[in-house]
Ligand binder design. Structure first.
Ligand code: ADP
Ligand code: MG
Length: 656
């Protein structure tokens, strides 16, 4: 007798479950997708003990017919796909027919379902993969799936689960994700009988973002609008089958929101990606986002992004992994560049500036309250060593939710902040003997309200830069300027850095970099590592103004330098470029290398802080800054200008 056997179904299902069901949130994901595929308009998720004890998902979708309810637990039983050809153009979220049998094999599961066309429904009970009951039941149309004691029969799996709060965080993140992708549907999440999320149908993603994250976050986001690009396929081989001309054009659509560069997160957990409505994790798209923010954010910082990419189903392969969270694009570099340019274009158009940071209690920074994302987090844990999840600003406490762990999604905090806002008088009784409370006296009329003609607009925009009037310097480092929308503070060093950076890049692109011939070539000694890098990038260095030639062993002679660079700075710039090249740019594109060289030149050659500037110099600097394509941040991502808005000033003086 041979040695090979076909595994019994129960074993095969448990093996499949290993890939499909990693934790309670995976169950929630599969079930949410099933409910959406079933056309549900309202989905309710309940969990107990982080989903270990119970997960229940109730939907109002088209339910299942009696026979189907049993068949659904067979491996590879699906109503969504019938031929190989369908696989190339899947319009549903599910298609592998693996989820229900997998989940059924590692839990005690009850399925209650009724199709509207049947008068009674069906209840099926499965325990550890065995069907123990199947009966008729009086049920509302739709489906209720209850999963109890996940992994009760797979103790090693159970051991890998984290705390209830962490598991709940993953579940909450998923429900949030899907609620963002489907603003026209109701989503509810309850944990241990507490409501954590409840959003009702709205007309736009924007309104849904507001429901989930609140106005504060929305203020910090830039709407991409609808970006569209067409990929033109080459005409087929003359002998190949006839192809209709419209089939040779593949449209790609991108919608969504990205944060202003000032919102900086320390990992990718606030990046939400959907491709054709499917929640995915994808290195290519993550890279495209980073590339869009290149030189606008410090290295290691990430934005918030909620992106919906839609394309022809044939352009993307979703059948890459059983959990269906990975995809493969057919024309990956096209997609990458489209997403990068669309985001970058929106950032440029918005030209967003920073507000002067106010006290935390008055203005919690967006991004701090954004939820944890299972997908991106798992990926980071696996492949990147990044610092613990933390926001730029301290986390608001999760106390109001009754769950305290730092990695909990905090979006539910949209309800009133936990400490009730009491008027100051009620909060702290005024000491009777001191009469220093002028704010309590009636304000006389001649104090006036707001000055005439002030502008109280919302998000600060660097479009006002061209109208700024410099008033003077603070600490000989920051230019103070009056603008129509408030008071501006400009960091003179980073402002000049940005100006030089763009100038060098522009001249480099046009192939006419202004450079100076050095009277005596400068001889620089390199280490072995630097020597290797130098050999690699010498041509690009030359084109960026540093012409050089080898000068004996590990020594080079530099003959020219860009105009703005002083001879004393040459060596430092060169070393910086070589170091960055070695550290970061292996395998980086030529474009990135160029940007890095330009950034190094700009940083060294720019006006320093602690330097007095006269009026003409300040005027010149602001005028040049206004002409920059992206005057928001220095090439390393620090903000250039801060605005103290007229509104805040008026508020501070109690004039509004
Ligand atoms: P897939 O989603 O890949 O088809 P599943 O194992 O997740 O596989 O589900 C099997 C089948 O059960 C689905 O194809 C669908 O017909 C049916 N089904 C599952 N969940 C629901 C639901 N909530 N409402 C209606 N039908 C469902
Ligand atoms: Mg499914």
């Amino acid at each position: 007798m041979g040695r090979i056997r076909v595994l019994p179904d129960a074993v095969a299902n448990q093996i499949a479950a290993g890939e499909v069901v990693e934790r309670p949130a995976s169950v929630v994901k599969e079930m949410l997708e099933n409910s959406l595929d079933a056309g549900a308009t309202a989905i309710r998720v309940e969990a107990e003990s982080g989903g270990r004890r119970l997960i229940r998902i109730t939907d109002d979708g088209h339910g299942m017919l009696r026979d189907d309810a049993m068949l659904a637990f067979e491996r590879h039983a699906t109503s969504k796909l019938s031929s190989l050809k369908d696989l190339q153009s899947i319009a549903t979220l599910g298609f592998r027919g693996e989820a229900l049998p997998s989940i059924g094999s590692v839990s005690r599961l009850t399925l209650e379902t009724r199709a509207p066309e049947e008068t009674t429904g069906t209840r099926v009970e499965i325990q550890g993969g065995k069907m123990i009951k199947c009966e008729e039941a009086a049920l509302a149309a739709g489906t209720i799936l209850t999963v109890r004691d996940l992994f009760f029969n797979v103790p090693p799996r159970k051991k890998f689960l984290r705390s209830d709060q962490t598991e709940l965080a993953h579940i909450a993140s998923l429900v949030t994700h899907y609620s963002l992708a489907h603003p026209d549907k109701t989503f509810e999440l309850h944990h241990d009988y507490r409501e954590l999320l409840h959003v009702t149908p709205v007309g736009t993603v924007r309104e849904r973002v507001f429901q989930v994250f609140g106005a504060q976050v929305l203020d910090d986001l830039i709407d991409l609008g609808l970006r569209e690009v067409e990929l033109k396929l080459p005409p087929p081989h003359p002998h190949a089958q006839e192809v209709a001309p419209e089939d040779l054009v593949r449209p790609f659509l991108l919608r969504g929101f990205v944060s202003r560069p000032q919102v900086q997160k320390y990992n990718r957990s606030s990046i939400y990606l959907f491709v054709n409505g499917r929640l995915i994790k994808d290195r290519l798209l993550l890279h495209a986002i980073s590339a869009a923010y290149y030189n606008l954010m410090p290295p290691g910082a990430y934005p918030f992004a909620l992106l919906f990419l839609d394309c022809d189903a044939e352009e993307v392969d979703v059948n890459v992994h059983p959990s269906k969270t990975e995809v493969r694009f057919r024309h990956s570099s096209f997609v990458h560049d489209f997403v990068r340019d669309a985001i970058r274009g929106s950032l440029m158009e918005a030209r967003p500036a920073s507000e002067l940071p106010l006290a935390e209690t008055q203005r919690p920074q967006a991004g701090a309250v954004l939820p944890y994302s299972e997908f991106t987090q798992t990926m980071e844990n696996a492949r990147l060593e990044l610092p613990e999840w933390r926001s730029v600003v301290p986390e608001p406490t999760a106390g109001a939710l009754g769950v305290g762990e730092a990695d909990l999604p905090l979006f539910m905090g949209r309800a009133a902040p936990s400490g009730d806002f009491l008027p100051p008088a009620a909060a702290a009784p005024v000491a009777p003997s001191v009469d220093v409370a002028p704010s309590r006296l009636k304000v006389p009329n001649h104090h006036g309200g707001a000055p005439d003609g002030v502008q109280l607009d919302g998000m600060p925009s660097l479009d006002v830069l061209k109208d700024l009037r410099p008033i003077g310097q603070l600490h000989e480092s920051f230019i103070i300027a009056a603008g129509r929308d408030g008071l501006w503070i400009v960091d003179q060093h980073v402002a000049h850095e940005r100006i030089l950076f763009e100038q060098v890049l522009k001249q480099r692109a046009a192939g006419r970099l202004e450079k100076q011939q050095l009277l005596i070539p400068m001889v620089v000694e390199l280490t072995a590592g630097q020597q290797i890098e130098y050999a690699r990038i010498a041509d690009e260095l030359g084109a960026s103004g540093f012409e050089s030639e080898p000068f004996g062993n590990r020594t080079i002679a530099i003959k020219t330098a860009p105009v703005d660079v002083k001879p004393g700075q040459i060596e430092r710039i060169l070393f910086e470029i070589l170091e960055v090249a070695e550290r970061e740019l292996r395998g980086a594109s030529l474009d990135e290398l160029r940007r890095n060289i330009a950034a190094s030149i700009a940083c060294q050659a720019a006006i320093k802080i602690n330097m007095r500037l006269d009026q003409t110099k300040m005027d010149w600097l602001l005028a040049r800054l206004a002409e920059c394509e992206y005057p928001t941040n220095c090439p390393h991502g620090r903000p250039i200008a801060l605005r103290y808005s007229t509104r805040e000033i008026l508020k501070g003086f109690h004039r509004i």
